[in-house]
Design a protein around this ligand. Structure first.
Ligand code: CMC
Length: 425
């Protein structure tokens, strides 16, 4: 039922009435679906003004720097909830009771191992393969192992696939790292928390098991919480679009991982560290800022700017605080981290960045924290993917649970008009 009505007037044609709907928060939307019947499409490359779906999961106000999951501000979740509680919230719509949380954690723990045969897939990859290339492959391959949960129309199947994906992502992420080193793959330990277990699988070996530093485990958990969902971004929209064809959840999440890999999206955390390598020294900052401002130079300041946030990214605020905690705990004195802090300070006071509302985003600080924890740059985006998995699944599940249509955008065609194949060819 429309809340209001809009009228589209196109020269030479009768006015077209379009329904307008209001959400609980955010701008009203004009329902343009009826335009096709009138002989028109809308044109919105990059989906700057297009709501691709109705959703109850996450709300962002980019101008005010607000991010809510199921209504709860991200700052409060980062402070009070852990990652698995956030997963529960995203998947189920409400925070769990203590009993529900305990049951959820125990169910996740029951699924942390991957099928032994999945290890064979790793051997097919070069040791120097990019970890995201391996992740796309092995997460997609999960669909070949769990035939018992691939019926997307069965609520129970969707639930168990969600659990399997959230439980196995850290195991796979750590396996990717260990494979790159040529070290034995570590089994998960279910007596540890989600983030402790991840760091255990990353940094311990069968011949030496050290206790995971709780400050680093907390920082890791926070990174997962801060990445858990972000509304209809490129990878989530990819998951929805892939899922709209009826593809299985493992295939959909593999597609999301591929979309996340790009440097304009999740690949930015890795790109930040590569950029810092390129800048090299504080004395080069001005030169690189000039390059970032030069329209003829493709160089961009990685970790700055956001499609939606035109104010400080609320996740970046929490991430900066965590960054300070981790650097203090580890007593790190790394010239590259000093360079990052100086770059941040100079760019934030530069008129070009101020006028365009280009603030450091979540990836700027997460890259620095991950480096300090000892995680290699090439694994950064894999960690983003692990954190984003509950969001991807929540959106996929929301779509499949309601009435949906296969995603099929149209186009403004500007190619040749119909012509005949040459007779002399
Ligand atoms: N460095 C220099 N200039 C920039 C940057 C940057 N990082 N980002 C935007 N601009 C300029 C851009 O050139 C344009 O200038 P003008 O108005 O003079 O033409 C203006 O700012 C607006 O930028 P835009 O390209 O229209 O913004 P967008 O919404 O299309 O792009 C973005 C958003 C995130 C792709 C872009 O800011 C960017 O490439 N940033 C660096 C990559 C990055 O850090 N990505 C991670 C995003 S956060 C994690 C996630 O959610 O995935």
């Amino acid at each position: 039922m429309a809340d209001k009505k809009a009228q589209l007037i196109i020269e030479g044609a009768a006015p077209i009435d379009l329904p307008v709907y209001s959400g609980t928060l955010g701008p009203d939307v004009v329902d343009v679906r009826g335009l096709t019947g009138e002989g028109y499409f809308t044109f919105d490359p990059g989906f700057m003004a297009t709501s691709s779906c109705e959703s109850k999961i996450t709300y962002i106000d980019g101008d005010k720097g607000i991010l809510l999951h199921r209504g709860y501000p991200i700052e409060q979740l980062a402070e009070k909830a852990d990652f698995l509680e956030t997963c529960y919230l995203l998947l189920n719509g409400e925070l769990p009771t203590d009993a529900e949380k305990a049951e959820f954690v125990s169910t996740i723990n029951n699924h942390t191992m991957v099928h032994e045969q999945l290890k064979n897939f790793f051997n097919g990859f070069r040791r120097d393969a990019h970890p995201m290339a391996i992740m796309c492959g092995v997460v997609g391959a999960l669909s070949a192992f769990y035939h018992d949960s691939l019926d997307i129309n069965d609520h129970k199947h969707r639930q168990i696939s969600a659990i399997r994906l959230i439980a196995k992502m850290p195991t796979l992420a750590a396996m990717v790292y260990k494979y790159s080193l040529g070290q034995p793959l570590m089994y998960p330990r279910n007596d540890l928390s989600y983030s402790e277990n991840f760091l255990h699988m990353m940094f311990n070996s069968p011949c030496e098991e050290k206790k995971v530093n709780p400050v680093l485990a907390k920082a890791m958990d926070r990174i997962f919480v801060l990445h858990a969902d972000h509304e209809q971004n490129a990878s989530t929209s990819t998951v929805r679009l892939t899922g709209s064809s009826g593809a299985n959840p493992f295939a959909c999440i593999a597609a999301g991982i591929a979309a996340l890999w790009g440097p304009a999206h999740g690949g930015a955390n890795e790109a930040v560290l590569n950029m810092l390598d390129e800048i090299g020294d504080v004395s080069n900052i001005e030169k690189y800022l000039a390059k970032a401002k030069d329209k003829n130079d493709p160089f961009k300041l990685m970790g700055f700017g956001h499609r939606v946030y035109k104010n400080f990214d609320p996740r970046a605020k929490v991430m900066k605080q965590t960054c300070d905690e981790v650097l203090a705990e580890l007593g790190i004195n790394d010239p590259q981290l000093e360079l990052a802090m100086k770059l941040e300070e100079i760019a934030r006071n530069d008129p070009y960045f101020k006028e365009r509302n280009l603030y450091p985003n979540v990836d700027f600080y997460s890259g620095i924290i991950l480096k300090a924890i000892g995680i290699p740059t090439s694994i950064f985006t894999v960690i983003f993917a692990t954190g984003r998995t509950p969001g991807w699944i929540a959106h996929w599940n929301e779509m499949i649970s309601g009435p949906y249509k296969i995603g099929r955008p149209r186009q403004l065609y500007t190619g040749p008009t119909q012509r005949d194949y040459p007779t002399n060819k």
